[in-house]
Write a protein that binds this ligand. Structure first.
Ligand code: FPP
Length: 228
């Protein structure tokens, strides 16, 4: 059953702290990212039950290419495995997969896998899971403004219609884990009126109860959108 007392339709998360989670346990960074994938799984399951229509997760930024080659390839490998292993579960839980960012520039095998997953989940309705891959908000805005200009008019509406998130509900709540307090080039336009929520929990430690706590706080906030 869906319980949406909080009113948040679209929640985005900057999943930060996998590396520190691993370091605390004297484990390699890859172990932290693996634990991060498990957290993704649990949060996506919870999102549907909590009545969230759309969730956008920052999995790989256009700046993450600066990381060591081995970590980049580990992250891509985890992403591929996640899509392959969880496709059936998306079907079972009525989750529609979407990918935002410049993901078509990724390796051909990753692109093919994503295309297939998008196609297979296209009819699902309960929750949209948007994974940001090779995503940077400034890049998204340049692409959106270019498309708007090509169509003849640069207006707020025209830019909005050309964002990667154009078909999603407005962003209500943006969460960042691990104590960092910045947006790191994530959903800059969409955050214009989003509520921001920061927690010290490292991403692998972020549980459905923590999402619930963020939504409870969201429900208590007074959103005025510039009015009184
Ligand atoms: C931040 O931790 C996390 C990332 C850069 C990658 C996030 C990726 C996942 C959770 C796994 C794959 C995602 C999906 C959707 C299956 P960090 O490495 O920056 O941690 P640190 O700041 O503690 O070093």
């Amino acid at each position: 059953m869906t319980v949406s007392h909080h009113g948040a339709r679209h929640v985005a998360i900057i999943m930060d702290g996998n590396g520190r989670w691993a370091k605390k346990r004297l484990l390699p960074r890859l172990a932290g990212h693996k634990a991060g994938v498990e957290a993704v799984r649990n949060i996506v399951r919870a999102a549907g039950d909590l009545g969230i229509e759309a969730m956008t997760l920052y999995a790989f930024s256009s700046e993450n290419w600066k990381r060591p080659e081995e970590e980049v390839s580990d992250l891509m490998g985890l992403m591929k495995r996640f899509i392959l292993s969880d496709l059936d579960e998306f079907a079972a839980n009525d989750v529609k997969l979407k990918v935002i960012g410049n993901w078509r520039a990724l390796a051909p095998d990753v692109v093919a896998l994503i295309d297939n997953a998008i196609e297979r989940t296209a009819g699902n309705k309960r929750t949209t899971l948007a994974v940001a891959l090779n995503y940077g908000a400034q890049d998204e805005l340049v692409r959106a403004a270019t498309a708007a200009a090509a169509a003849g008019e640069i207006t707020v509406e025209a830019i909005e219609a050309n964002l990667d998130t154009a078909d999603m509900p407005p962003l209500d709540l943006l969460i960042r884990t691990s104590g960092e307090v910045r947006l790191s080039n994530f959903l800059l336009w969409q955050s214009a009126y989003a509520e921001l929520y920061f927690t010290d929990k490292l991403w692998p430690d972020f549980k459905p109860a923590d999402l619930k706590a963020a939504l409870d706080q969201f429900a208590r906030r007074d959103r005025r959108y510039g009015g009184l």
